[in-house]
Design a protein around this ligand. Structure first.
Ligand SMILES: [Zn+2]
Ligand SMILES: [Zn+2]
Ligand SMILES: [Zn+2]
Ligand SMILES: [Zn+2]
Ligand SMILES: [Zn+2]
Ligand SMILES: [Zn+2]
Length: 625
């Protein structure tokens, strides 16, 4: 890819020079006059980050796509903050101290932690998790690549490919466009075939067999009767598809309209004479067809570039999206999640929403099951949510599953299991399915046993279905919040509320939300997987699965609550009548919040990583034992 050659430095793609920033840190750290040790450590960490980025650059061609780089704006912010701290340390004056609202030593330590987190992140996490805008897991994409092509770009590339082939084969572009769909739009295949057996290619496509240059349409040189309506027309008023069968424009128009009405097959239209195979190409269609028909023909022609590509290029299935995604990886690499520019993630193999690490087969089975059973499930679920303390019907309008019943009740409980939930620690929300007790040795009739099993099976389905659906709602909520957080005015307001001078100090929030979105997606599909673990046969797997999922879920719920609910307390202090809170109190509260959030984001990432790893091996660590 040409782009790859140009992208000598991945950071150029970001519009920021990360490597430049790192060099600046290294240089500045040499001339500080206080906190020397901390600054030296920061400089070391910065060098490590550069090494890691350079390694990543060598193993992945992912970096061709600047949009995949968005989350690394967080890295830039971390480095920028470290740089400014070091610059502060070059001045012995303590005047600078107040710019940060707290002691610079604390700030240095926090910056160091941030850089450690990045180093760990860059070392452990798969390239693709890091750089996808919605952190979709792509399990085997290191050698593959998928380009998103915009629709006008499809048009341009199609025109380019067509023009190139036309030139090489010395035929008009309209004929090249007629031939290419038969070769999945791969120019080299057509050219190979043409140069090994031109006659055969010409015959098959209805081009003149004598080797002459085909013409899209010829006008009659003398007065002729139209072979369809039999009216006679003066010279130049009937036309052919380059063959000897002439029709008036009115009859041509009707012929093309019927063909276009028949769908994309109009792209391989032939002369109306049943014994003639002369190709009716785009130029002829444009010359005779009415506006609507010409437009529809053009649309079919455009779509053929994607739809006749043999699966090499696919339309993004995202709602309202007009992008196409091209596969340019190796053939072995056909199972991966793809992220379109519109932010819709989908599975390259089956086209469903992104579902790594769960297999397409599981997803298909799950969706089929939902089609027949989700109505029942929805009814049951919609009618059974009340506060366990006051019985008030509760509507869940937030992403996390820790619910507090509105005043006067104020009861905290878990939306999923109705257990009381702690406000600070303890039960946040559960993901583990506990099967109902069996008959307990009591003799039961065959009917009773069947009924109990059916009930257990429905319970199990409801359990996973509710969490599968609930995680999507939480994911959507997280996306909305993320969109909101990307609005400069919102960020500026938040920064001002906690006395930050720059909004980049809030990048950790965006990072946390990206982790939340990723975690919600993984958990969502982990429930489809969990449903198909047989309670008896897969008992061992089930235990490991429950354990890993429970850990990941607990971390995610806490992170989500921190981001969603606790955020309000930290950033809206003035509304609570504390407008006069001392600046250092506010700064301290913010710093604590940030540290907790950064740590929790890291923890969640680790737990999610463990869960994903277990899926990738189908929990076989257990079955092997
Ligand atoms: Zn006619
Ligand atoms: Zn003909
Ligand atoms: Zn899209
Ligand atoms: Zn799939
Ligand atoms: Zn209540
Ligand atoms: Zn619970």
């Amino acid at each position: 890819m040409a782009l790859w050659g140009q992208a000598a430095n991945i950071t150029q793609l970001l519009g920021v020079d990360l490597f430049g920033l790192i060099t600046m840190i290294e240089k500045a750290a040499r001339t500080v006059c206080r906190n020397e040790e901390a600054c030296r450590q920061i400089s070391d960490r910065a060098s490590m980050i550069r090494d890691r980025l350079q390694q990543l650059q060598q193993v992945s061609r992912f970096f061709e796509h600047p949009e995949m780089w968005k989350p690394t704006q967080g890295l830039k912010a971390t480095l920028g903050r470290a740089y400014r701290l070091i610059i502060d340390c070059q001045h012995s004056s303590y005047a600078y101290k107040f710019c940060w609202g707290s002691d610079i030593a604390d700030e240095l330590e926090s910056a160091l932690k941030g850089m450690d987190a990045w180093n760990q992140h860059l070392t452990n996490v798969k390239v693709d998790i890091l750089f996808n805008a919605f952190t979709i897991i792509v399990t085997r994409e290191l050698h593959g690549n998928r380009n998103t092509i915009k629709q006008d770009e499809v048009l341009r590339r199609q025109a380019d490919d067509t023009a190139k082939v036309a030139e090489v084969l010395s035929i008009p572009p309209a004929f090249a466009a007629f031939l290419l769909p038969r070769y999945r739009w791969i120019a080299s295949s057509l050219q190979d075939d043409w140069f090994s057996d031109e006659r055969r290619v010409r015959d098959a496509a209805g081009l003149p067999a004598d080797g002459g240059v085909p013409v899209a349409t010829a006008l009659s040189a003398s007065p002729l009767a139209c072979a369809i309506c039999f009216d006679t027309f003066p010279a130049g008023r009937t036309r052919s598809a380059g063959c000897s069968h002439y029709y008036c424009d009115e009859c041509w128009r009707g012929y093309v309209r019927a063909a276009v009405g028949d769908g994309p097959r109009c792209l391989s239209l032939r002369c109306p004479d049943p014994c003639c195979s002369a190709a009716v190409v785009r130029d002829l269609v444009d010359a005779v067809a009415g506006g609507d028909d010409a437009e529809r023909y053009a649309r079919f022609a455009l779509r053929s570039y994607v739809e006749e590509s043999g699966g090499r290029i696919k339309w993004c299935p995202g709602p309202g999206c007009t992008h196409a995604v091209e596969f340019v990886g190796c053939a072995c690499d056909d199972a991966a999640d793809v992220l379109c520019r519109c932010r819709h993630g989908f599975c390259w193999s089956c086209g469903e929403e992104a579902h790594r690490p769960v297999s397409c087969g599981t997803v298909r089975a799950w969706l089929v099951k939902n089609k027949s059973d989700s109505e029942t499930a929805n009814w049951v679920l919609a009618n059974t949510k009340h506060c366990p303390k006051c019985r008030r019907a509760i509507e869940k309008n937030q992403g996390c599953n820790h619910i507090s019943c509105p005043p006067p009740c104020g009861h905290h409980f878990c939306w999923l299991c109705f257990k009381p939930a702690g406000t600070t620690r303890g039960h946040y929300a559960c993901a583990t399915y506990t099967p109902p007790p069996d008959a307990g040795g009591k003799a039961e009739t065959k009917e009773e046993a069947t009924a109990r099993q059916a009930r257990a099976s429905l319970d199990r389905y409801l359990f996973h279905y509710e969490r599968w659906a609930g995680n999507l709602r939480s994911l959507e909520k997280a996306r909305q919040d993320l969109d909101e957080l990307e609005r400069p005015s919102v960020l500026e307001g938040m920064a001002a509320a906690v006395g930050l001078s720059a909004v980049t100090g809030l990048d950790f929030m965006v990072e946390a939300y990206e982790q939340i979105a990723h975690g919600r997606r993984v958990l969502r599909w982990s429930h489809a997987y969990g449903y198909y673990l047989d309670p008896a046969r897969d008992r061992k797997k089930r235990e490991l699965f429950d354990y890993l999922q429970g850990e990941a879920n607990a971390a995610l719920e806490r992170l989500h609550r921190l981001a969603e609910v606790d955020r309000k307390e930290v950033f809206c202090y003035s509304e609570a009548g504390e407008a006069d809170a001392a600046a250092d109190v506010v700064a301290k509260r913010f710093k604590d919040y940030r540290d907790t959030m950064v740590n929790l984001t890291m923890a969640t990432r680790t737990f999610m990583g463990n869960l994903v790893k277990a899926f990738e091996t189908d929990l076989c660590e257990v079955s092997m034992r």
